[in-house]
Structure formats: structure tokens, C-alpha cells
Write a protein of this length. Structure first.
Length: 68
């Protein structure tokens, strides 16, 4: 259920806000991967969650560009 609420929040945002959210999510993913490589990451499931959020953001951006 959380992902449906997250997607609804994304759909309400403008393209500029979505692009900013995408950049932030990619930075977070980079930091998580770096922490994982140096064995400092305790919650490795967060990497998967951030990757899925990036895909959700990209999907909403594509839908808005196509006018769906």
C-alpha cells in the first residue's frame, strides 16, 4: 500500500520536481552502494527500495511526457 501512496504523490508533482527527486534518489543510491562496498551499510534492503523508487519516478516522468 505504501507504494501506491508514493506513486500518487509523484503524479501530483511537476516535471521539475520529479527531475529533482530523481537526482536525489540517484545520489542516495550512489551513497548506499558506497557504504555497502565499505561494509558500513547495516540495512542492505534500502538499496532495493531506492532502486524501485527510481524506477517509479522514471515511469511517472515517462507517463507525463506521453500524456497518459
Amino acid at each position: 500500500m505504501k507504494s501506491k501512496n508514493y506513486v500518487e504523490e509523484l503524479k501530483a508533482k511537476t516535471n521539475e520536481e520529479l527531475n529533482a527527486a530523481l537526482v536525489d534518489a540517484k545520489k542516495e543510491l550512489f551513497n548506499l552502494r558506497f557504504q555497502n562496498a565499505t561494509n558500513q551499510l547495516s540495512n542492505t534492503a534500502r538499496i532495493t527500495e531506492v532502486r524501485k523508487n527510481i524506477a517509479r519516478i522514471q515511469t511517472v516522468i515517462t507517463q507525463k511526457n506521453k500524456g497518459i
